[in-house]
Design a binder for this molecule. Sequence first.
Ligand SMILES: Nc1nc2c(c(=O)[nH]1)N[C@H]1C(S)=C(S)[C@@H](COP(=O)(O)OP(=O)(O)OC[C@H]3O[C@@H](n4cnc5c(N)ncnc54)[C@H](O)[C@@H]3O)O[C@H]1N2
Ligand code: MOO
Ligand SMILES: [Mg+2]
Length: 414
Amino acid sequence: MLEKRTVIDVQEAINRCIIYATEMPTTEVELEKSLGYYLAEDIIASYDIPMFDKSPYDGYAVRSAATAGASGDNRVAFKSIDHIGAGSVSDKTLSHNEAVRIMTGAPIPSGADAVVMLEQTVATEEGFTLRKSFTSGENISKQGEECKKGDVILTSGTLITPGVIAVLATFSYQQVAVRKRPSVALIATGSELAEADAELTPGKIRNSNGPMIAGLLNEMHIQTESYRVTEDHFEHLLSIVQQALSKHDIVITTGGVSVGDFDFMPAIYKAIEADVLFNKVAMRPGSVTTVAVKDEQMLFGLSGNPSACYSGFELFTKPVIKKMLGAKHVHAPVMEAELSEDFTKANPFTRFIRAELDIVNRTVRPAGFNKSNAVVAIAKSNSMIILPGGTRGFQNGDTVKVMLTRLTDQGQSW
Ligand SMILES: Nc1nc2c(c(=O)[nH]1)N[C@H]1C(S)=C(S)[C@@H](COP(=O)(O)OP(=O)(O)OC[C@H]3O[C@@H](n4cnc5c(N)ncnc54)[C@H](O)[C@@H]3O)O[C@H]1N2
Ligand code: MOO
Ligand SMILES: [Mg+2]
């Protein structure tokens, strides 16, 4: 008898996944290898930045009082008593009308309280003259002007970007606390799948889901082990799923989650006694996406149809992995944009459309042929339009919600 499934709302399905996902244990990684992890601790300034008053220019450090009254008709002369570059400290103390020739980044010598840029000086035998007065503190980068010792600079859960690495390096981190990355097993199911080097005999197709999901995981720096499934055969698939569960934190399958005679995933969840969080979602595509849990592990049964498979990963798997990694923000950003063409189909359920968002002009349109089995639209998309269930007839110019999935390949000269 055909199994009866209970349909749930997509937000509820996402919530169930997030509630179940648990953060991975913390570990330390070397700074150079930390890109893409999330901070597992707050980063607190261990010293002031800048650490000392320093020169922002190549020039001369002077006592501002000595520049009083300087003008074009009354150039004031200074004697240079020392010469330092960044990394060196002058041991001299300036007296009136003395100066230290100082390069950008070098500490301000004692007695000095202003810096004159080289361009503002005329060289003399002994040093230079200038034609303008300076105020105390002029052209000095003050100690602690960016941050003070003890300030919370970055909080736990922040994605480690190159900028974050710069901050960590600034504060002498060689190792940083992060959460371990989950290891993921990837199993593309389907007797019809011919591996890249195999002949495409009648009825066979290429496995596009496997490489696509591996790519999505790679983008998150997640190690993936792909398992080869040669046919839709219950015992064969069961043994591969069990093998995957014995080694990995997450098991992702593609295909075989619907009600077809060769869709074995529902039976496999039963056989391994996994709890199914949901197996029917009020959304298109990906309505049969199934998420199950077995002890601490999560199994994502993504749909075989490529667009459904992709959407299932973006909606359910990605936020779960982000939560496991300790991310502060697990969801993709959603913004509003203006539809730039009509979309007349009815939407009995929440519809996700692989879309091309013009972020600059805030307009969006479907990325071409957009059925559940579409693959090209995935490649052309940088976002997904979200149309609420129970609606129809969206027109050019209507405002719609758009989930940002990737925006890396847009640009314009300015
Ligand atoms: N009677 C019903 N039939 C179907 C239903 C339903 O509710 N009742 N749901 C439909 C929906 S919606 C979808 S989506 C699919 C989901 O199917 P499965 O997840 O079981 O996936 P498969 O049957 O294995 O394959 C579906 C489709 O996708 C192709 N495929 C599979 N794997 C790959 C891959 N790795 N790379 C590229 N393409 C792949 C496969 O050849 C099929 O064409 O079920 C509907 N049917
Ligand atoms: O899951 Mo299916 O993709 O709703 O078409
Ligand atoms: Mg099927």
